[in-house]
Design a protein around this ligand. Structure first.
Ligand SMILES: [Ca+2]
Length: 169
C-alpha cells in the first residue's frame, strides 16, 4: 500500500504532458495519470492580465502608443466552479469595474461576474484607441481575480489574482 507522496515533474515544450516518451527519466510514469498521482497543472490556477504584452508595469507617453489591456483564464481543475470574478481599474479619475455582462466599464463597485468559472483565451478589456478611460497622466492599476465564495464580496483568503500597472507620462 502506497502512502501519500510528493511528485515533482518538470516540463518543457517537448515534455508537456503525462506519458510523453521523451520525458523518461527518474520518476517517469509510463501510464497516463497513474493512480495516486496528481497532475501538477491542477495546482496552477491560470489567470493573467497584461498591458501591451507586459505582465507587471509599462510606461507610456500620453496618447502614444495606444494601450491594450488583455485578460486570459485557464482555470483547469477549477473550471465550472462558482466564483465572484473581479476586474478593477484604479485610475486618477476614480475606480472602475469591468462589467462582464455588458462588456463595459462602470463606476459602481461590485463583482464583474458571478457564476461558473470559464476558460478564456486572450480577451481585450480596454484599448485606449477606442476608450476615454486612460487619457490623463498618472498611474493606472488593473486588477483581475476571482474567489470561490460567490457572495459579492472579495474573499482574500481564497482570491486568485493578477495585476498590471500602466504609468502615463
Ligand atoms: Ca466572494
Amino acid at each position: 500500500m502506497r502512502g501519500p507522496h510528493l511528485h515533482l515533474e518538470l516540463r518543457d515544450n517537448i515534455c508537456h504532458d503525462w506519458g510523453v516518451n521523451q520525458c523518461r527519466g527518474t520518476g517517469y510514469s509510463a501510464t497516463s495519470k497513474p493512480d495516486g498521482w496528481l497532475d501538477p497543472s491542477d495546482f496552477i490556477r491560470g489567470l493573467d492580465i497584461e498591458a501591451n504584452g507586459a505582465d507587471s508595469v509599462i510606461k507610456v507617453n500620453k496618447g502614444l502608443p495606444p494601450v491594450s489591456v488583455k485578460i486570459s483564464l485557464d482555470p483547469r481543475a477549477d473550471i465550472d466552479k462558482n466564483v465572484d470574478l473581479w476586474i478593477f481599474a484604479f485610475t486618477p479619475s476614480g475606480n472602475y469595474t469591468y462589467d462582464w455582462n455588458t462588456k463595459a466599464w462602470r463606476q459602481e463597485a461590485g463583482a464583474s461576474y458571478q457564476g461558473p468559472l470559464f476558460k478564456l483565451s486572450s480577451y481585450e478589456i480596454l484599448n485606449t484607441a477606442s476608450s476615454s478611460l486612460l487619457t490623463a497622466k498618472g498611474t493606472y492599476t488593473f486588477d483581475f481575480g476571482y474567489d470561490f465564495n460567490m457572495n459579492g464580496s472579495i474573499d482574500f483568503d481564497q482570491l486568485v489574482a493578477d495585476s498590471v500597472k500602466v504609468i502615463v507620462k
